[in-house]
Design a binder for this molecule. Structure first.
Ligand code: FNR
Length: 183
């Protein structure tokens, strides 16, 4: 049976480069893997009081994350860290206590920016949370995508062949590492 990998883009905006990269990655899944996007768009800001309530968007998000075997995070950088929307999604998935959707799921972190620093700060802040959440995280290759706006056309397709080929290599490395790491 195929291994299911969820792709989470850490931005809410409609024209997000992170969402566009997530879409491009969907078709890069090698044989034996199915990739799907898990949206974080509709999650209210986490409040621990909500642990005792039924919140439909939390339920759908947690179900989607529970239904995959691994996660690829595509994160932009806000103020040298992850956007609050992505941290919020991580917090939502981590609770109620003892029911984390993240536990033991092999992860990869791809970061990007419109400038040259490529989301380095966000990439490593995210890794800190993933360590706590017991998500083994691919170490190499590290994926930092610089000048991302220039790599995509107006339809969101990757037009820079170096970027496409590097992303395919990173996806292949992740799935090969996943097979060694999972179970
Ligand atoms: C940014 N941006 C940004 N870029 C960067 O390289 N380092 C940073 O620390 C920040 N900080 C930052 C804060 C805020 C509030 C915004 C709105 C933007 C620019 C950011 O990389 C750019 O807006 C990306 O396009 C955001 O990703 P999406 O939405 O295209 O996926």
């Amino acid at each position: 049976m195929s291994k299911k990998i969820g792709i989470i883009a850490g931005s809410l905006r409609k024209e997000s480069y992170s969402k566009k990269i997530a879409k491009n990655i969907l078709s890069m899944a090698p044989e034996g893997f199915e990739f799907s996007i898990i949206s974080i768009d509709d999650l209210p800001v986490y409040n621990q009081d909500f642990d005792d309530e039924v919140i439909e968007s939390y339920h759908s998000f947690r179900s989607a994350a529970n239904g995959v075997d691994g996660i690829i995070f595509i994160t932009p950088e806000y103020n040298r860290s992850v956007p609050s929307a992505l941290k919020n999604a991580i917090d939502v998935g981590s609770r109620p206590y003892g029911q984390s959707v993240w536990n033991n799921k092999p992860a990869a972190v791809f970061s990007l920016s419109i400038g040259t620093i490529s989301g380095f700060g966000a990439n490593h802040h995210l890794r800190q949370s993933l360590a706590f959440l017991n998500m083994p995280t691919m170490q190499q290759p590290e994926v930092y995508l610089a000048n991302i706006g220039e790599a995509l056309d107006e339809n969101g397709n990757i037009v820079n062949e170096q970027v496409r080929s590097f992303l395919q290599q990173a996806v292949d490395a992740y799935t090969a590492w996943f097979k060694r790491t999972a179970e």
